[in-house]
Write a protein that binds this ligand. Structure first.
Ligand SMILES: Cc1ncc(COP(=O)(O)O)c(C=O)c1O
Length: 350
């Protein structure tokens, strides 16, 4: 296991290795903090599941966090990052709700039904946010039913802090003016619900819409992927750079293809194949991934670059960062090819 080594250079890392380019990561955090300073960003930890990364986000002034699982909430609190945690997701798990209710700082939990509210009340949760459906067919109460749920929560003695409404269906709209228009329409639904619900928080947004909330009424953006990025979001031309990749080693070379040791058990594949770049920076086209292998063309095409040999290192760039992070125990931070940090991915599980 990676835990037993102490590599000095990225070439010493056992592969597959999850690697973060520390300088790029710093730049991404700075760009986001300049757009959404302090509490205007509630970073979503689901994108990285790593308290070391959350601590870096906190050092940029973002002290409130968004979580997707009770495990993330409890792990963040244990790491001293529990000042204001939002579980932006529904649960009726009594054991996990009670564990969150027992934390030093009160946790805020999203509710979208009488059942999720009842479960929160029974477990001793004190604060809720009304989760509103703004068009993504996932969680969220209908906008015109949000006020009733808020009244019910208050009558049960809970503090209703406001609303959230994640416009996930609009993250990848590539036409920016169409995206802005549709985000505004979705947030009009959230504002309508907020007028009935009350409270101070109007929480929404993600990396793909991070800069479209100037006039939507949203007062905290829940972006997470921006810190590390992936090729999926990379297509949008956002001001964030690719900071994470999976380092691999070429283990076999055929006549037209080569094989490295980064398979679909080291990569989130739901957004498609990853990109692959040789050590000299020249890209190669990916043929396919299997459990423990990635098969790619040896031909560098017009970008040049020689045929790989066994032992060469490759950078495999994930199409979806969130599930990729969740597949690794540790991320190695590299600056100028020196390994400067080892960050456990310590918020995995549920
Ligand atoms: C509730 C919620 N908020 C915000 C986000 C934004 O994340 P990202 O930065 O990946 O767009 C997500 C992602 O799935 C989410 O589920």
């Amino acid at each position: 296991m990676n835990e037993h080594v102490d590599p000095a250079h990225s070439s010493d890392l056992p592969t597959p290795a999850l690697v973060i380019d520390g300088d790029v990561f710093d730049r991404n955090l700075a760009v986001m903090a300049a757009t959404h300073p302090g509490p205007a960003l509630r970073p979503h930890v689901k994108a990285h599941k790593c308290t070391s990364i959350a601590a870096a986000q906190a050092s940029m002034g973002h002290l409130r966090f968004t979580c997707a699982t009770p495990r993330e909430v409890i792990g963040m609190a244990a790491a001293g990052l529990g000042h204001d945690l939002l579980l932006a997701n529904e649960t009726v798990d009594a054991v996990r709700l009670r564990a969150m209710a027992g934390l030093d700082n009160p946790v805020t939990v999203a509710v979208d039904s009488d059942s999720t509210l009842d479960a929160a009340v029974a477990a001793g949760i004190e604060r809720v946010l009304i989760d509103v459906n703004v068009g993504l067919p996932r969680c969220g109460v209908a906008p015109d039913a949000a006020g009733r749920l808020a009244d019910l929560a208050r009558s049960a003695g809970l503090e209703v802090r406001g609303v959230m409404g994640y416009e996930g269906h609009l993250m990848m709209v590539t036409d920016r003016s169409e995206q802005a228009e549709r985000v505004e329409a979705a947030m009009a639904l959230l504002r309508r619900a907020h007028a009935d619900v009350g409270g101070h928080i109007v929480s929404a947004g993600g990396t793909g819409t991070f800069d479209l909330h100037e006039r939507t009424g949203v007062n905290e953006v829940q972006a997470g992927s921006y810190a590390l990025m992936d090729t999926h979001y990379g297509r949008l031309g956002l001001p964030f750079e690719q900071a994470v990749f999976v380092l691999g080693t070429v283990i076999s070379v055929g006549d037209r293809y080569a094989v490295a040791d980064v398979g679909l058990k080291a990569l989130g594949m739901d957004h498609g194949d990853p990109d692959l770049v040789m050590d000299d920076g020249s890209p190669r086209s990916v043929w396919f991934c299997s459990d423990e292998h990635i098969t790619f063309s040896i031909d560098g095409g017009s970008t040049g670059g020689g045929a790989p040999v066994v032992g060469d290192r490759v950078r495999v760039v994930p199409a979806h960062v969130d599930p990729t992070m969740a597949m690794h125990e540790v991320a190695w931070v590299v600056r100028d090819d020196r390994v400067t940090d080892r960050w456990p991915i310590d918020l995995r599980g549920w």
